[in-house]
Design a protein around this ligand. Structure first.
Ligand code: CDP
Ligand code: CDP
Length: 216
């Protein structure tokens, strides 16, 4: 049987990773959070005082970096960095790292290798449009910036961060803009992706829309 590839793309806070995780459990296939990879590179830049505008230095560092997914953890050079990559500082810098073409080549290489021999659901920005243009199923999740911002805000509050809702919404809008306008593999809905507006929908409702499409 061929590998099953499911692509879930969309802007920040649309619910991609929540839905992708549930789908991976339901179908018993791997889950790759591709955003976590770009976040890990960004975290390493910040930790090592690498100037994100110094493209050459970022690329050299990325070439010398190992990112793995094991047991629901993300490893950066063999260290678990699940929490470290989710800070507001990483979120506010990641799009400028992710727009570097050579960094993308390195990450996409890892993603395609995983998909070569495994059934996998991946969430990101360019999975259906660039990484796996022949994916078996493609979904594009959207929601209003206000809804996406307040989802992120709630998460950060629960983790004990002091955050401002308007600031979070603005940060998300800024990030979407950079992601959508970058030259190489931008955030875009693949022509053959099914768009689902998750505004006002529960996680269960979205999962059931996705699953019913796959099982049909
Ligand atoms: O979870 P959230 O929507 O906040 O973001 P993420 O999925 O963790 O992705 C973080 C950032 O990585 C995005 O804003 C993009 O700049 C970048 N990214 C990308 O360029 N391509 C992907 N396939 C996934 C993420
Ligand atoms: O991966 P992405 O940035 O697209 O979003 P996420 O991290 O999966 O979802 C952001 C937050 O929205 C999570 O806390 C989810 O529980 C929540 N969510 C929701 O409230 N309703 C949905 N239909 C989907 C997600």
């Amino acid at each position: 049987m061929n590998n099953l590839i499911i692509a879930i793309d969309g802007p920040a806070g649309a619910g991609k990773s929540t839905i992708a995780k549930i789908i991976s459990k339901e179908l018993n296939i791997n889950y790759i959070d591709t955003g976590a990879m770009y976040r890990a590179i960004t975290y390493k830049c910040l930790k090592n005082n690498i100037d994100i505008n110094n493209t050459e230095e970022v690329i050299n560092m990325a070439k010398d970096t190992e990112i793995d997914f094991r047991d629901n953890n993300i490893y950066l050079d063999n260290e678990v960095v699940n929490e470290e990559i989710r800070t507001v500082e990483v979120s506010n810098n990641v799009s400028n790292v992710a727009k570097i073409k050579e960094v993308r080549y390195l990450m996409v290489d890892v993603q395609r290798k995983i998909g070569e021999n495994n059934s996998v659901v991946l969430d990101g920005r360019d999975i259906g449009s660039y990484v796996f243009p022949n994916a078996d199923y493609k979904f594009f999740l959207v929601a209003t910036p206000e809804e996406r911002g307040s989802r992120r805000y709630k998460e950060l509050l629960e983790k004990g961060y002091e955050v401002d809702l308007d600031e979070i919404i603005n940060d998300i809008i800024k990030r979407d803009k950079i992601d959508s306008n970058r030259e190489f593999a931008p955030l875009v809905k693949a022509e053959d992706a099914l768009e689902i507006d998750t505004t006002g929908k529960s996680i269960e409702e979205v999962v059931s829309e996705v699953v019913s499409k796959i099982r049909r």
